[in-house]
Design a protein around this ligand. Structure first.
Ligand code: UD1
Length: 342
């Protein structure tokens, strides 16, 4: 056990987004104050009213871009921030292939700026949001944190570059405490159904796309391939409930309180679920039809991957608690809540 660093106030960059907003609620429940820096490019401002209803102490909101180092530094100084969760960033794989420069600009400069602001203010405890797509598609399953790394598109490459920047930083300044969280496939919503994911336009990711197929006439889900070398021919992923993912952030932060070093953690359930299984479970749990057709494979999809979660269990004393039923139920109830507000 190293010297203990009590944390009270956490800066959550990207705190207005899907993952960030759930992290703010989990942090509030664990007794932390939160400060959000977010430029609202991929989120909606009404999330703050929702967070105010869910949190004992609503987050303080600073609107701005993380690349504005002065703004981030002022947020840290003004509010007495003692640790940072850096989640802000662009995250759509297909878009990153079309706009690689925008992705590298946004993601890399944001990280550098946040770290520089932290250095100026003497804050050196950081949780960083990364992705399971940094792993090599040819690595054996499940992916452990030591599996070979080989990101295949600009989004994942930007995340891996950022991990390497943080590794160099930690090497040069070992007092930094850094937790890298590699997410698998987060789905679902908070149990209140007051916050959740807001896909813009027709959703790309599977769970919101299932909800879309159920609610829209003539927009069946396309299963992207059913000839993969899996049990039912559809791709296998490790879906994790968004609240479990948020709790994983709190566990990682609490780990930083007492342990120095830099370490990566997979946040998944450790179980692979096929596309078809998710579709059938969704229909059964929510007693609805999910219209679907079988289409071509989607370029770039890996056939199957899921997480080896032993490190998070052993080191963070964290494991996912919510099952596929709850993921499907919460995703659908959030969707219905949104529709009832329209
Ligand atoms: C994607 C991102 C990943 C990100 C994650 C967030 C890629 C390559 N990776 O993962 O970086 O962290 O989202 O949740 O984009 N599917 C269909 N029909 C659809 C949509 C999806 O069959 O309309 C299938 C896909 O082929 C895939 C599975 O559902 O097999 C999951 O897809 P998706 O939700 O997009 O997530 P990933 O591609 O795994």
């Amino acid at each position: 056990m190293n010297n203990c660093r009590p944390h009270k106030t956490i800066l959550v960059t990207g705190g207005a987004g899907y993952i960030g907003s759930h992290c703010c609620v989990a942090l509030d429940q664990a007794g932390y104050r939160t400060v959000i820096v977010d430029n609202l490019t991929n989120s909606r401002a009404d999330v703050f009213n929702r967070l105010a209803r869910l949190c004992d102490t609503p987050p303080i909101f600073v609107q701005g871009d993380c690349r504005d180092t002065g703004l981030v530094q002022k947020a840290i100084a003004d509010h007495g921030v003692d640790a940072v969760m850096h989640l802000a960033g662009l995250k759509a794989v297909a878009e990153s292939l079309q706009q690689p420069v925008a992705y590298y600009d946004n993601n890399l400069y944001s990280l550098l700026s946040v770290v520089q602001a932290m250095q100026q203010e003497g804050v050196d405890d950081l949780i960083f949001s990364s992705t399971a797509t940094v792993y090599s598609s040819s690595a054996p399953h499940p992916f452990s944190e030591d599996s070979p790394i080989a990101p295949e598109q600009p989004y994942a490459r930007s995340k891996w570059m950022m991990e390497q920047i943080l590794s160099d930083l930690h090497h040069a300044s070992p007092q930094w405490r850094i937790g890298i969280l590699r997410y698998f496939n987060p789905v679902g919503s908070h149990s209140s159904h007051l916050i959740g994911e807001y896909p813009i336009g027709i959703p790309n990711n599977l769970m919101p796309r299932i909800c879309f197929a159920v609610t829209q006439k003539n927009a069946p889900l396309t299963l992207f391939g059913n000839d993969y070398p899996t049990d039912d021919g559809t791709c296998v992923r490790d879906y994790i409930h968004i609240m479990d993912l948020a709790d994983g952030h709190v566990a990682a932060l609490q780990h930083l309180r007492t342990q120095s070093g830099m370490m990566a953690f997979n946040l998944g359930t450790g179980h692979g679920v096929s596309v078809l299984t998710l579709v059938k479970t969704f229909a059964a749990v929510n007693q609805c039809q999910v219209p679907y057709i079988v289409g071509e494979r989607r370029a770039g999809d890996m056939s199957a991957f899921w997480a080896d979660v032993r490190r998070a269990q052993e080191v963070l004393k964290w494991s996912a608690q919510r099952d596929l039923t709850q993921m499907c139920r919460d995703a659908w109830q959030w969707q219905q809540q949104l529709q009832s507000e329209d």
